[in-house]
Every structure is written in structure tokens, then in C-alpha cells.
Design a protein around this ligand. Structure first.
Ligand SMILES: Cc1cc2nc3c(=O)[nH]c(=O)nc-3n(C[C@H](O)[C@H](O)[C@H](O)COP(=O)(O)OP(=O)(O)OC[C@H]3O[C@@H](n4cnc5c(N)ncnc54)[C@H](O)[C@@H]3O)c2cc1C
Length: 463
């Protein structure tokens, strides 16, 4: 590796590989030499961050069409905070970018999920996308630097980016000079200090993680903030699910069924509405992470275990903890028995006996209790009783830095920082509620834009 490049990209996930290919294609199509480096923390077996591990659901009805409600969903899920110009670009460019990825050899299929909108996904998941883009980048001459992190930006006297400091796995640091830097290193879900600082004190008790999330130490966010980038996105927010804390399964041991019973914390107390719709499960995950040690227990009785669809809502391979009496269950999970009995008694008074017919119990609500349970409010009174111990997993964080729709990083005074681009999770777009199936899509769309813009800047500076 020489220490002199036109463009240095940090992070070989969906955004970074898309940026690398797009910049290299801009060079090839104009016949101008352009030197590009792709810096990646991972090694040959674990590179690719979250993109490597996701199924990469996409909010699309077909490869040439995004869901008709996507724009409205991005805006309404975020309570109007998702930048409208970015939402427009995602919606207008998604089909084009999927076609572009398809031409690199990735095929897409329709998924059958319980989401309210249709979804498609690449065959082979996110790994298929980043593998195809990486191969394309290699063929176009992009130089890869693995097992190395970027940690600091360098600016010239006018504030323009002129280099980036990197550190290899044996601890050697050096400055690589460049005309443009593209930051695509994801969020801060792997950084316990940042999780505790921004999301909550108990968030450093991270639960089950995919290996990709551990790669996200937040350096790219911090190095941009350090030189005056504007923070953006909800720093206290994240996307994740409740997972079985006992499991070491290679796929997330999701417990998607809080609505089947009640959730209590280690003190034996309910703390959230367990009956929110499936698309709003994130509110439950965000409540769990604020509980002591990021820990909760899903308590069920035999009625709830017999409900239709139970198996599809409990994705852990480990059987529940079981007892014929509630106080014995309390002992087994080390929760104060008098408080658990009181919590269940109060809940049962506010709940309705109902039947086990899914359609009718979906409308059962509690009365006169806080927090309420807004659906499936069935009493918990028929032994045996069951428990799944769960914790919130942080799949990706929402706080990051602001970019304009050209993927240029914006400073706190609203002006672009010359030579600095960013794309993917690192860009803070989400607030309140994440619109499922939009994250890989936006990483690809804005990664591709970042690469093309960085190439243009390089051409201008060289001419
Ligand atoms: C289990 C799971 C399921 C998901 N499911 C979906 C889904 O179905 N649909 C969807 O749209 N989204 C989904 N997501 C989210 C989605 O995968 C990510 O938001 C998206 O892939 C992010 O792409 P990215 O390029 O920004 O980051 P990543 O793909 O995470 O890539 C970032 C890269 O940067 C590298 N890196 C980080 N810091 C540095 C540094 N300082 N120096 C060098 N390299 C660095 C990392 O090693 C990594 O390779 C899911 C996430 C998870 C964890």
C-alpha cells in the first residue's frame, strides 16, 4: 500500500462497497485514472459488518418497484423527523440501485413475512450483495486494506480533507493522503461506552449480538464530529429485538411474542405495553434496554402457549423455564415472589378471560392499569407457567452525522465539509421508529451516490 490515494473509503459493508464500485466506475467510464483504497476493520473471514449478517429485507414489491407507502412510512414512522429529501432520493433511486447490484450477479426473491408491506431480499442475504460488489471493486482496481481501522481525519489549512489516519492490527499508525474520504463504518452498536452514554446506563449489558455489530465502534462518527460535522438522527434510538439470553445460536434467538404474555423486569414489575402491533415491537425492545441489566422475563401460562402462531413468535431453540406454581417460577428466575404474584394478580384484574381464538383475543385490552396491554390481554392463571428470559439486542444505532442528498457531510453551520462524504448507518436519519427494510436500501443508494460524488470532486481537483 502506498500512502497516497484519491479516495479513501472506510468500511466494506453495503455502503462502502457500493461507494468503491461507483467511484471506480466513474473513473473507468471517463477514462481517468483514479486511485481508491477501501479500509476495513475485519479480516478475510469476517469483513462486511452488519451487511454480512442481514437477510437484507428490502421494502420492494418487485425489483423495479419500491412499496408504494415507503415514502409515507419513512416520514410517519419517524414522526416527521426523517429528512424528506433523503426519503425522496431513497424512493426514486432504489430500483435503479437494485438493478445495478443485479447486474453484478445478485438475484432477488420475494419473502413471505408477517410485515404489513411486501418485502424482497437478495438470494444469499446481504453477504451476496457485498460479495458481488467487492468482486466488482477488485476487478476495477480498488485497493483493499483489511484488518486496519481508520481513526482520525486530516485537514489542510482551508479545512478540506487531505488524509486519514489508519491503524493496523499490530498497532502501527500512519497517515494516508487523499482528496476525498468516504465514511461508511456504521453506527456505534459495538461500543459499550457510547451505548451507555447515548442509549442508557443499562445498554452496555449488550445481549446476543451478530458478529457484525461488534465491528461498529463508532470511530467514523467520532472522527467526523471531531472536525465539526453536524450530529443527526436519534442518538438514544436503535433498532433491535428481544432475544433469549440463554442462547448462543448463530442466528438471532428472537422472542417476538411479548404480546403472548406479560414482561416483567428483575424486580418483578411490568414496564411496557406488551400488546403493541408487530411492526412496533421496537418500542418494547427500547423499554427492555432501560431495565436493570437490560433484562426482562416473558411470563406465559398454558393458554398463551396454545395460541395459534406461538412457534413462529418464539424463535429460540431453548425450551422455556417451567413451573406449576407462579411462586416457584419466581424462585427459578430469581425474582421476588411476592412482587411477581402481586404483578400478575393486578394484571389479571385488568385483563379479560377471553378465549384462545387469535382473531378475538387480538382485540382484548386491559382496563385501569398502567402500563396498559393493548391487545391479547388474557389473564395469566392456567398452569403450568412458563418464562423466557430476554434482553434487548442492539442491531444498529440511529445517531450519526448529517449529510446532504449528495452524501456530503454537513458541518454544524450547514455547509458541506470539503472532501468528506458518508453513507449507510453512520448517517443519522432514523427517529422514533425504524421503517423495516430500508437500511440496506439507503446504504446502497447513498453509498453509490457518495462514490460518484467523491470521484467528481477528484476529477475537478485534478483538472
Ligand atoms: C441481524 C441484523 C438484521 C438486519 N436486517 C435488516 C434487513 O432485513 N433489512 C435492512 O434493510 N437492514 C437490516 N439490518 C440493518 C442493515 O444490515 C444495516 O443497517 C446495513 O447493512 C448497514 O450497512 P453499512 O454499510 O452502513 O454498515 P455495515 O454493513 O455494518 O459495514 C460497516 C463496515 O465498516 C467496518 N468498520 C467500522 N468501523 C471501522 C473503522 N473505524 N475502520 C475500518 N473499518 C471499519 C466494519 O467492519 C464493517 O465492515 C439488519 C441488521 C442486523 C444486525
Amino acid at each position: 500500500l502506498t500512502d497516497d490515494f484519491d479516495i479513501v473509503i472506510t468500511g466494506a459493508g453495503a455502503a462502502g462497497t457500493a461507494a468503491a464500485v461507483s467511484a471506480a466506475e466513474a473513473g473507468r467510464s471517463t477514462g481517468r485514472a483514479i486511485k481508491i483504497a477501501l479500509i476495513e476493520r475485519g479480516n478475510q473471514n469476517d469483513w462486511g459488518g452488519n451487511s454480512r449478517w442481514t437477510t437484507a429485507n428490502l421494502q420492494m414489491t418487485n425489483t423495479d418497484q419500491v412499496n408504494s407507502t415507503l415514502y409515507a412510512d419513512l416520514i410517519s414512522d419517524s414522526q416527521g423527523m426523517f429528512p424528506k429529501e433523503h426519503a425522496s432520493v431513497i424512493v426514486s433511486k432504489a430500483a435503479e440501485v437494485i438493478d445495478w447490484v443485479g447486474k453484478k450477479g445478485v438475484t432477488f426473491e420475494k419473502l413471505k413475512l408477517r410485515t404489513s408491506q411486501p418485502r424482497m431480499a437478495p438470494v444469499g442475504g446481504g453477504f451476496a450483495i457485498i460479495s458481488a460488489l467487492r468482486k466488482s471493486a477488485q476487478e476495477l482496481g480498488v485497493e483493499e486494506v483489511f484488518e486496519t481501522i481508520s481513526y482520525k481525519l486530516s485537514q489542510d489549512g482551508s479545512g478540506a480533507i487531505n488524509g486519514i489516519y489508519v491503524r493496523d492490527k499490530v498497532g502501527r499508525s500512519r497517515l494516508i493522503s487523499c482528496r476525498a474520504a468516504i465514511l461508511s463504518g456504521g453506527g456505534f452498536e459495538g461500543n459499550k461506552e457510547m451505548l451507555a452514554r447515548y442509549i442508557g446506563r443499562e445498554a452496555s449489558f449488550v445481549a446476543w449480538e451478530v458478529p457484525g455489530t461488534r465491528m461498529h465502534m463508532g470511530e467514523c462518527i467520532n472522527m467526523a464530529l471531531e472536525i465539526g460535522a453536524n450530529p443527526s438522527g436519534q442518538y438514544s434510538g436503535f433498532h433491535g429485538f428481544a432475544v433469549d439470553i440463554r442462547s448462543n445460536a448463530p442466528v438471532p434467538p428472537l422472542v417476538l411474542g411479548p404480546s403472548l404474555g406479560i414482561l416483567i423486569n428483575m424486580q418483578g414489575v411490568r414496564f411496557t405495553d406488551e400488546g403493541v402491533p408487530f411492526d412496533s415491537l421496537e418500542s418494547i425492545t427500547q423499554a427492555i434496554i432501560q431495565q436493570p441489566e437490560n433484562r426482562a422475563f416473558l411470563i406465559l401460562d398454558i393458554k398463551s402457549r396454545s395460541l395459534p402462531g406461538f412457534e413462529t413468535m418464539i424463535g429460540t431453540e431453548i425450551p422455556p423455564i417451567e413451573a406449576t406454581r407462579l411462586d416457584d417460577l419466581a424462585d427459578l428466575i430469581n425474582v421476588p415472589r411476592d412482587i411477581l404474584l402481586d404483578t400478575v394478580a393486578k394484571f389479571n384484574r385488568a385483563a379479560q378471560s377471553g378465549g384462545t381464538d387469535k382473531a378475538s383475543i387480538d382485540h382484548l385490552q386491559t382496563f385501569g392499569i398502567s402500563p396498559k396491554k393493548s391487545s391479547r390481554a388474557l389473564t395469566i392463571d392456567k398452569p403450568p407457567f412458563f418464562c423466557y428470559p430476554v434482553a434487548a439486542t442492539v442491531e444498529f444505532t440511529w445517531g450519526g452525522i448529517e449529510t446532504d442528498t449528495r452524501s456530503r457531510v454537513v458541518a454544524t453551520n450547514g455547509s458541506p465539509i470539503h472532501g468528506l462524504f458518508a453513507a449507510g448507518e453512520i448517517v443519522g436519519l432514523n427517529y422514533h421508529h425504524y421503517t423495516g427494510g430500508s437500511s440496506v436500501m439507503r446504504s446502497l443508494v447513498f453509498g453509490r451516490i457518495a462514490g460518484a460524488e467523491a470521484a467528481q470532486l477528484t476529477f475537478q481537483e485534478k483538472s
